[in-house]
Design a protein around this ligand. Structure first.
Ligand SMILES: Cc1cc2nc3c(=O)[nH]c(=O)nc-3n(C[C@H](O)[C@H](O)[C@H](O)COP(=O)(O)O)c2cc1C
Length: 413
C-alpha cells in the first residue's frame, strides 16, 4: 500500500468514523478571552484545522475550573461557558463537519499557576509544592470533571480526552509518588480510583454511545516516583501500572488512547522530542506498541512525537531519509500495527492543512515544522502561541518578549 492510501484510509473509533489517520494534538495557545471562552483567533485556528481535513482534532487543554489553570488565558469549561462553546463548535463543524472534534479536559493540580490559580497537590513534589488536597476536595474535582464532560457533550463536541498525562492532575494522582495513605493514594487500587470512578461517572452522566471517551496517557514520566516507574523513589521504567490503567479504562468504556510520555516541566524531551535528539521519538513507538498489545483490536491507539520526522530531513541516522519521513515512517507504523493514527502537534502549527494537501497531491506545498520550539517558548512566557517560522505575528511577539524580559529562565510548560 502507498503511504497516501494508508494515511488517508478511514478508521472507526467506537461508533464514529474518522476520515483519515491524522490526529491533531491538543496544543494550548493561551489566546482565550477573560471568561475562558474561545476568542475569534481560537475559533479561526480550529476552523482552519477542520478545513485541513484531519480525521480527529483535539481541543487544547480546557480547564474545568478557574482556579485550576496553568495559563492565564486558558480555555475554561463551566456552566457559563456552555453557550459560547456551543457556538464555537458550530463554527468548527461548519468549516468541515467530517472532522471529529473532541475536548481535552484538565485540572492542573500542582501545575496550576499560583499567580492566577490555586496550586494544589496530592503529595508535595520537590520544586512544586502546593496546598495538600483533602479527599473531599478530590471528590469535588471529580464532580467538576463530570460536569465539564456534560457541557462538552451539550456543546456538540464528539467526545472528550480525559487528560492523564504530562504531570497535570490526572497523572499526579496516578503516580507512585502519590504514596500518602488516603482514599486516592498509596496502593495502586487507591491511586487508580480517581480515573476509574471518573470514567464510570462520566459514562453514567452522558449515556451516549456516540460520544467518544479516551485519554492521553504519559507511559513513563521519567523521574523518581513519576507514573510508569517502579516506586515512589525510583525513576526506573515499569509499565505494569500504565498498562493496568489502560485495561481498566477500556473496561470502563475508553475507545481510544493517545500515547505520550514525560512531564514537560521535568522531562521535556520525552514529551516533545528535541531536534538534537530525534531518535527519542522511537521510544514512543515502543510505548504505543505495548499499549496495542494488551488492548482490544478495536481500541484505537494514537502515536505521539511525530512532528520530528518532517519530510525526512530530521537528523535521524542509519536510515534513508525517504523511509524516515512523517508520511513513510508514519504509514509503516500503522501497517506494522504499532499504532492506528499518527498525531501532529507542533507540525499542526506549521501547517494546519497538511492532511488536505496530502489528499490533493500537493505535498510539495506542505510547510514542515522546523522543531525550533519557539512555540513552546511562547507558551512558557504566557503569550499567545503559534508558529514562529511561518507566521510573522508570532515571531514579533517572541522578539518583543525577549527584549522585554530577557532569556527564558522558567522551564515549566
Ligand atoms: C505550545 C504547545 C502546547 C501544548 N499544549 C498541550 C495541551 O494542551 N495538551 C497536551 O496534552 N499536550 C500539549 N502539548 C504537547 C503536544 O500535544 C504533543 O504531545 C507534543 O508536542 C509532541 O508532539 P509533536 O512532536 O507532534 O509536537 C503542547 C505542546 C506545545 C509545544
Amino acid at each position: 500500500m502507498s503511504y497516501q492510501e494508508t494515511l488517508l484510509s478511514p478508521i472507526k473509533i467506537g461508533t464514529r468514523e474518522c476520515q483519515n489517520r491524522f490526529f491533531i494534538q491538543a496544543m494550548e495557545c493561551n489566546d482565550e478571552d477573560e471568561s475562558g471562552n474561545p476568542s475569534e483567533q481560537t475559533t479561526e485556528r480550529y476552523a482552519t484545522l477542520a478545513d485541513g481535513e484531519a480525521g480527529l482534532i483535539c481541543l487544547e487543554a480546557i480547564s474545568i475550573t478557574r482556579e485550576s489553570r496553568a495559563r492565564d488565558n486558558q480555555l475554561m469549561i463551566m456552566a457559563p461557558n456552555r453557550e459560547p462553546l456551543t457556538k464555537f463548535v458550530r463554527r468548527v463543524k461548519d468549516a468541515n463537519p467530517k472532522s471529529l472534534f473532541i475536548f481535552q479536559l484538565t485540572h492542573s493540580g500542582e501545575l496550576s499557576s499560583p499567580d492566577f490559580s490555586r496550586r494544589v497537590t496530592v503529595n508535595p513534589l520537590y520544586g512544586y509544592g502546593g496546598e495538600l488536597l483533602t479527599e473531599e476536595e478530590v471528590d469535588k474535582i471529580k464532580n467538576d470533571f463530570v460536569l465539564a464532560a456534560q457541557i462538552a457533550h451539550d456543546a456538540g463536541a464528539d467526545g472528550i480526552d480525559m487528560k492523564l498525562c504530562h504531570g497535570y492532575f490526572g497523572s499526579q494522582v496516578l503516580r507512585p509518588y502519590n504514596s500518602r495513605k488516603w482514599k486516592y493514594g498509596g496502593s495502586w487500587e487507591n491511586r487508580s480510583r480517581f480515573a476509574f470512578e471518573l470514567y464510570e461517572d462520566i459514562a453514567k452522566a452522558i449515556n451516549d454511545k456516540n460520544f467518544l471517551i479516551g485519554s492521553k496517557v504519559s507511559a513513563w514520566e521519567g523521574f523518581p516516583g513519576g507514573f510508569g516507574t517502579e516506586g515512589p523513589d525510583s525513576p526506573i521504567m515499569d509499565l505494569t501500572e500504565p498498562l493496568s490503567l489502560l485495561k481498566g479504562l477500556e473496561e470502563r468504556g475508553a475507545q481510544y488512547f493517545v500515547q505520550s510520555a514525560g512531564s514537560p516541566g521535568i522531562t521535556i524531551s520525552l514529551t516533545q522530542v528535541d531536534k538534537h535528539i530525534p531518535y527519542y521519538a522511537y521510544l514512543n513507538q515502543y510505548w504505543a506498541k505495548e499499549f496495542k498489545k494488551i488492548l482490544k483490536p478495536e481500541t484505537v491507539i494514537i502515536g505521539s512525537n511525530m512532528s520530528i520526522f518532517r519530510n525526512g530531513k530530521n537528523g535521524l541516522c542509519a536510515v534513508d531519509p525517504k523511509d524516515a519521513s512523517l508520511f513513510s515512517y508514519g504509514s509503516k507504523c500503522i501497517e506494522d500495527g504499532v499504532m492506528d493514527m499518527i498525531a501532529l502537534g507542533r507540525q499542526s502549527f506549521a501547517d494546519p492543512l497538511l492532511p488536505k494537501k496530502l489528499r490533493e497531491g500537493k505535498e510539495d506545498e506542505i510547510k514542515w515544522c522546523t522543531v525550533c520550539d519557539n512555540c513552546l517558548e511562547l507558551l512558557i512566557r504566557q503569550t499567545p502561541v503559534g508558529c514562529c517560522t511561518f507566521n510573522k505575528r508570532f515571531t514579533d511577539i517572541l522578539i518583543s518578549e525577549r527584549k522585554l524580559h530577557g532569556k527564558l529562565t522558567e522551564s515549566h510548560t
